[in-house]
Design a protein around this ligand. Sequence first.
Ligand SMILES: *[C@@H]1O[C@H](CO)[C@@H](O)[C@H](O)[C@H]1NC(C)=O
Length: 194
Amino acid sequence: MCRKMMFNLAVIVLCANGYLGYTPFRLTDCTSSPNRVVTVSGRLLDHPVRIPGHVRAPTTVVIHRPVNSGIRLDVTVEKFIFFDYFALPCVSRVGSCSYDACELLGRYDNKCPGQLRDSSFPCTCPFRDGEYNLQAFPFNVPNVRGPWSFLAYGDFRVTGRLVNITSGEEVNCYSVEFTVQSAAISSPWSLWGW
Ligand SMILES: *[C@@H]1O[C@H](CO)[C@@H](O)[C@H](O)[C@H]1NC(C)=O
């Protein structure tokens, strides 16, 4: 019963993704704040994103003033289904969640991923102001398994807002739109592993 429902949902999602949606990669600045903390510009060299696969995203980040703490990151993950974007919930700190930005990055414990380290790109608080350039190093995109893995394929919009926790002021907003496909796209049924 459950499988049947999942199957129908999967077919709907597959059709919506396969025939209606194909989002070109887009990075949009969505803040009107005159007080922005960072300016980001970048490209995605591997698009659509393939699962499993890798992405290279040469990016320039300009940090306008030092950041120690007190910044919240609100993330909204939306998936395009048929004609509109639908927000995915926050589940186990994945999805549309809020994070303390410094605490989130604290998990790196000063051990930045090699790609960032090789670009002298900071990945933990505090951030000093300056311009940082992330080179086009590949990042692995791992395989997604499990019954909900079909959620991982399709057209997405991810919006990140930085909010000053003390003042409640939005200091940044960026959204990215992109498409995720299975690396085995030639055989769509292999998506489900059946
Ligand atoms: C947040 O806002 C307060 C009050 O305007 C300000 O003093 C503080 O520096 C801001 N924090 C950050 C990280 O921008």
